[in-house]
Design a protein around this ligand. Structure first.
Ligand code: NAD
Length: 355
């Protein structure tokens, strides 16, 4: 039986990878993307799908209840895959208001609209609300702490993670209060194709190509787990297909790496794969900068529940995924160059060059 999906934030990094993944895996399903096209949204990520009959792009805000009601009804939506968010921690420190609006109020608006839609249609068993969230809601780990699992208490430290935590709590409450078939996924740092240049991996690749300093926060020893975006998409697919409503699933890549080591890996890959670099070895560009405010020291994620209950496993190592990613950024200069706009330069200057 074919299904109708509403994918919020489907023009962003993970959302667009997911839309491509889903449309390829389930060509009979209809996919409607709702995206406000903020600075992080790029309709071009979906260009290859625009002519497909089963695909529709709608520019709009997840806080717009009237629009969402209309889409749920006219498109007969069964599944919401909710990616739309303000997603960058550094921007949440500079301006937290947009994070509360989109991440909390936007998620609430979607939940309310979906609840009404589900009740009006007499609570179909196949309806799902899949909420994509982050491991950052769990706070920061000490070096020897066990990895986050689904029962780890929430302790968000940034305006971004606090706004995501708020949205997670609402999603959870809608299952417990109303029985709305919601599922939450909390994943680690993603990387791969179509990631906006402000995020660590594309930022480093692009700065290396331009011979610009590579800003590394603090002592560079903050640890993150890295998840290749295609593996994240396959995990979300199995959660939609086989996950249990009311449950949370952690998704991780099993790749804990210190930031400085990750940057060094990228420098080596770029030295190997990119001809004509302005500075070689590119490690010479590494510059330690004032630490991010409230910078979490370590994130690590235990995805045993997803692996054992839903039989998901990541398909690539961090070395393989980074190579694929660097190759993509080298071959897609035409994709990222226009994104280095005046707005981006203003943000970059504020974040890294003003203390
Ligand atoms: P992104 O910033 O690349 O994309 C977000 C998308 O949402 C953009 O297309 C943007 O236009 C859209 N959007 C923003 N506000 C909107 C609004 N009010 N209405 C409609 N659309 C709006 O983000 P991403 O990295 O793809 O992250 C997707 C989701 O995954 C987010 O919920 C994020 O919290 C979560 N997540 C991301 C990571 C990561 O490493 N990138 C890790 C864990 C969780």
């Amino acid at each position: 039986m074919s299904r109708n999906l509403l994918v919020t934030g489907g023009a962003g990094f993970i959302g667009s990878n997911f839309v491509h993944h889903w449309c390829k895996s389930y060509p009979n399903d209809r996919v409607v993307v709702l995206d406000a096209l903020t600075y992080a949204g790029n309709r071009g990520n979906l260009a290859a799908l625009e002519k497909e009959e089963n695909f529709r792009f709608v520019k709009g805000d997840i806080c717009d209840r009237t629009l969402i009601d209309k889409l749920l009804q006219t498109e007969n939506i069964d599944i919401i895959a909710h990616f739309a968010a303000e997603s960058h921690v550094d921007r949440s420190i500079i301006g937290p208001g947009a994070f509360v609006q989109t991440n909390v109020v936007g998620t609430f608006t979607l939940l309310e609209a979906f609840r009404q839609h589900w009740q009006t249609n007499e609570k179909p068993l196949n309806y799902r609300f899949l909420h994509v969230s982050t491991d950052e809601v769990y706070g920061s780990l000490a070096p020897n702490d066990p990895a986050f699992c689904e029962t780890t208490p929430y302790a968000p430290n940034s305006p971004y993670s606090a706004s995501k935590a708020g949205s997670d709590h609402l999603v959870r409450a809608y299952y417990h209060t109303y029985g709305l078939p919601t599922i939450i996924t909390n994943c680690s740092n993603n990387y791969g194709y179509y990631q906006f240049p402000e995020k660590l991996i594309p930022l480093m690749c692009i700065n290396i190509l331009m011979g610009k300093p590579l800003p590394v926060y603090g002592d560079g020893k903050n640890v993150r787990d890295w998840l290749y975006v295609a593996d994240h998409c396959s995990a979300i697919e199995v959660v939609i297909q086989r996950g249990t409503p009311g449950e949370t699933y952690n998704i991780g890549g099993n790749n804990e790496v210190e930031n400085i080591n990750l940057v060094q890996m990228l420098c080596q890959l770029m030295d190997e794969l990119a001809p004509d670099l302005p500075v070689r070895p590119s490690q010479n560009l590494i510059t330690f900068v004032k630490d991010r405010l409230g910078h979490d020291r370590r994130y690590a994620i235990n995805s045993n529940k997803l692996q054992t209950e839903l039989e998901w496993t990541p398909s690539v190592t961090v070395e393989e995924g980074l190579r694929l990613t660097v190759e993509w950024y080298l071959a897609h200069r035409h994709w990222w160059e226009p994104l280095l706009s005046e707005e981006y330069q203003t943000y970059y200057h504020k974040n890294y060059l003003q203390s």
